[in-house]
Design a protein around this ligand. Structure first.
Ligand code: COI
Length: 354
């Protein structure tokens, strides 16, 4: 792997106390290209513009997938990446569905470790701080025929981050637009899934909502996700989360929370949850918590849900399941709680340099 270090680091001019999500990028990026049926040599170079012709396929047909992952610093200043094997598997699962070639494990893992080792100073130890990692693959061939590309580019960029949502989360149940349909690509991190969510989200934002709750595309009766998060409902002492399907993204924060909840004696059910069931639980006084999970947000309590013209407010609970589970999860992520699950991996130092 070729590594060219920046001679003009931005780290000292970066205000780490003011990091709007996704707007600040670390010094380096990884790039690897696929041509003539195989992946070439990876390169790490200073973060900067990439060449692209107007006929580049991704610009026309959105043949592109991405991942969201996070690294944390432990008290010994070591960097821990959370569940990287899962992200590696999922980017290839997404790639398969988008007819993008599989990225080999050594290119993904060595690129990731070297990049994070090089920019480890961008990963801060402060509470709620982490380094958000964005691997992505896009169709980089130059052709506007509506067909899969024969050239692709794999990249990793990173962005220091703190909280995703700075304030309360008030959501609207979306009963017209759809995020994902049966047989579609909702279970993947296809870039287009997010593009098509922006318009309904903006309509909801204009009405004062933070996000929407996506419902199933057939009846708009069952809840699926909220914004970019998996969603959780606590009824009495049971945590419910929608069962995975081809229209729901299988988040690793979701998966981790299921394990942590069960290990901590909390009953978890993965199943269909109707809006009606949530409203009924509210009316019966047994709707205790609603929250979302995702790499970017970790665990985020939802303060209100609006269905049509009915708004239900969810009172915050002392010692809520959301806050208890978030604390344990964050402890594992930053190394202050022993990781008995093998979820975290220490970043190896840079293996080669040029
Ligand atoms: C993540 O939580 O990793 C996401 O995918 C959210 C991202 C779209 C900002």
């Amino acid at each position: 792997m070729k590594i060219s270090k920046t001679t003009n680091s931005k780290i000292h001019s970066t205000d780490f106390s003011n990091l709007p999500f996704g707007r600040v990028f670390s010094d380096h990026m990884l790039i690897c290209k696929y041509k003539n049926g195989s992946w070439g040599e990876s390169e790490i170079l200073p973060y900067g513009p990439i060449d692209m012709m107007p006929g580049t396929q991704v610009l026309h047909y959105a043949q592109s997938v991405f991942e969201g992952m996070k690294a944390f610093k432990n008290s010994d200043d070591e960097v821990l990446i959370f569940r990287k094997e899962e992200n590696f598997k999922r980017i290839n699962k997404s790639a398969e569905r988008l007819y993008i070639p599989q990225i080999p494990e050594d290119i993904f893992m060595e690129g990731l470790d070297n990049l994070i080792a090089l920019d480890s100073d961008w990963c801060k130890k402060n509470e709620e701080h982490s380094l958000y990692i964005r691997p992505f693959i896009f169709a980089s061939g130059e052709c506007i025929k509506a067909s899969a590309s024969d050239e692709y580019t794999f990249m990793i960029i990173t962005s220091p981050t703190t909280r995703y949502y700075p304030s309360d989360i008030n959501v609207l149940v979306e009963q017209h637009y759809t995020r994902a349909a049966k047989g579609g690509v909702g279970y993947t991190k296809a870039s287009g899934n997010y593009a098509s969510s922006f318009y309904p989200t903006k309509l909801a934002n204009a009405r004062g909502f933070t996000q929407v709750i996506w419902t199933d595309s057939v009846e708009h009766k069952y809840i699926e996700e909220s914004g970019t998060m998996n969603i959780w409902i606590r009824i009495n002492d049971t945590l419910l989360t929608p069962e995975l399907s081809d229209s729901i993204l299988g988040g690793f924060t979701r998966d981790s929370l299921i394990t942590l909840a069960r290990e901590n004696g909390i009953k978890v059910e993965e199943r269909k949850i109707s809006i009606e069931e949530v409203l009924e639980a509210y009316n019966n006084g047994i709707l205790k918590e609603v929250f979302g999970t995702g790499t970017a947000v970790t665990v985020a309590p939802i303060n209100s849900i609006t269905v049509g013209d009915k708004k239900i407010e969810i009172e915050s609970q002392i010692n809520s399941y959301a806050s208890r589970l978030k604390k344990i999860l964050q402890g594992i992520q930053n190394g202050s709680i022993e990781d008995i699950y093998g979820w975290t991996s220490k970043v190896n130092t840079v293996v080669s340099s040029q």
